[in-house]
Ligand binder design. Structure first.
Ligand SMILES: C[S@@+](CC[C@H](N)C(=O)[O-])C[C@H]1O[C@@H](n2cnc3c(N)ncnc32)[C@H](O)[C@@H]1O
Length: 338
């Protein structure tokens, strides 16, 4: 597999390592995944039997896949990858704003999370489309990647402006591409009081939906009511400052001194866990400066979620900049709490 050159811009030289871990987890039908040099160019090599169409589709969905070849002695024979995207990827590459989660990394996080859903407990998940929640939506990179890969996207975001900007962008993009859709921002009222706004959009022919509520992520269950999700995929605030505001990017811990991502995750995880279907998977990326892996794993366990384990899960840590070392963790809800 030849990797997209853009992957290296995201992971500063570690892209092959991350792509290898993603492939190992999300494509159990391949073996011996290793970096390989051919004529000075780096590839990811692996072994497999003859690939069925669904397996080729899994390879095409890899976040960094550019092209596939079959090795024949010294030669590489091209293998066509199917077009697996519902919508063209400029949907997620055009927006550029401070605090955006890189779209390629978002796709990787979504892929490894979805691959971890326990389909014995949630058999419907094998057929898709899945209901994916990003309870820290920002301007919706996860929800747009979910749409591209054929899933429904749901979100909650504390910054109402971000939701409006996402709504404006998505409407313009869909209109410009002449894709039949509906999209609206409407007020949300509970018990006679206005508590925020919601964005709802639908793709008419793909029958995919998207909803984002403005509000605190700890209100997510209150906002969504009984609705349960197949997977939660989210990039936690990094505990750093974006732009000119001299405060953390953790929102709404009103009256509390703890504005750390760890504090927010500690309060949000019980809510998020309750919104997962049995067998559902929660994938989170976070800044390990300030929250060690073991602590996050312990938080997952105390909320009834079992972190995925094995050497491949320890290969995702990478530097984003001098104040952010990002890692990811996926944990699975084994059963519904009684
Ligand atoms: C790392 S950013 C996610 C960016 C998003 N993936 C994107 O690409 O646009 C984290 C987001 O969490 C939001 N946030 C932080 N604390 C929150 C809270 N308590 N409730 C809801 N949203 C919150 C921030 O406003 C920010 O948009």
């Amino acid at each position: 597999m030849l990797l997209a050159p853009s992957a290296n811009r995201v992971y500063a030289g570690e892209s092959t390592e991350l792509a290898a871990a993603e492939l190992t987890i999300s494509a159990p039908f391949v073996a011996q995944v290793n970096p390989a040099q051919v004529a000075g160019v780096e590839y990811l090599s692996f072994e497999s039997d003859e690939l069925a169409d669904e397996q080729l589709a899994v390879l095409a969905r890899q976040s960094a896949a550019l092209a596939l070849f079959q090795r024949e002695g010294e030669l590489l024979r091209p293998v066509a990858l199917p077009d697996c995207l519902n919508l063209s990827d400029d949907l997620v590459t055009i927006p550029k704003y401070p605090g955006k989660t890189n779209e390629q990394f978002t796709r990787l996080l979504l892929n490894v999370t979805v691959a971890s859903i326990d389909t014995n407990l949630n058999p419907k998940a094998a057929q898709g489309p899945l209901a994916i929640l990003d309870p820290l939506t920002g301007r919706g990179t996860t929800l747009m990647v979910a749409w591209m890969l054929g899933h429904h996207g749901y979100g909650v975001e504390g910054d109402a402006k971000s939701v409006e900007q996402m709504s404006a962008y998505l409407k313009t993009w869909l209109r410009r591409k002449r894709i039949k859709h509906t999209a609206d921002m409407t007020p949300v009222r509970r018990e006679g009081k206005s508590i925020g706004r919601r964005f709802d959009a639908k793709l008419v022919s793909e029958k995919l939906e998207m909803t984002v509520f403005t509000g605190d992520t700890r209100q997510s269950q209150y906002l969504y009511g009984k609705k349960k999700f197949d997977a939660i995929v989210t990039d936690a605030p990094y505990g750093i400052v974006h732009g000119a505001h001299q405060s953390s990017d953790v929102r709404g811990v009103a009256g509390k001194r703890d504005r750390s991502p760890a504090g927010l995750l500690g309060e949000a995880l019980p809510i998020w866990a309750s919104q997962l279907k049995a067998g559902g998977a929660l994938g989170v990326s976070w800044n390990t400066y300030g929250l060690p892996r073991e602590e996050l794993a312990a938080m997952m366990v105390s909320n009834g979620l079992t972190p995925c384990e094995g050497p491949e899960w320890l290969r995702f840590g990478h530097r984003v900049d001098s104040s952010i070392h990002r890692d990811l963790m996926v944990a699975v809800k084994q059963e519904e709490k009684q």
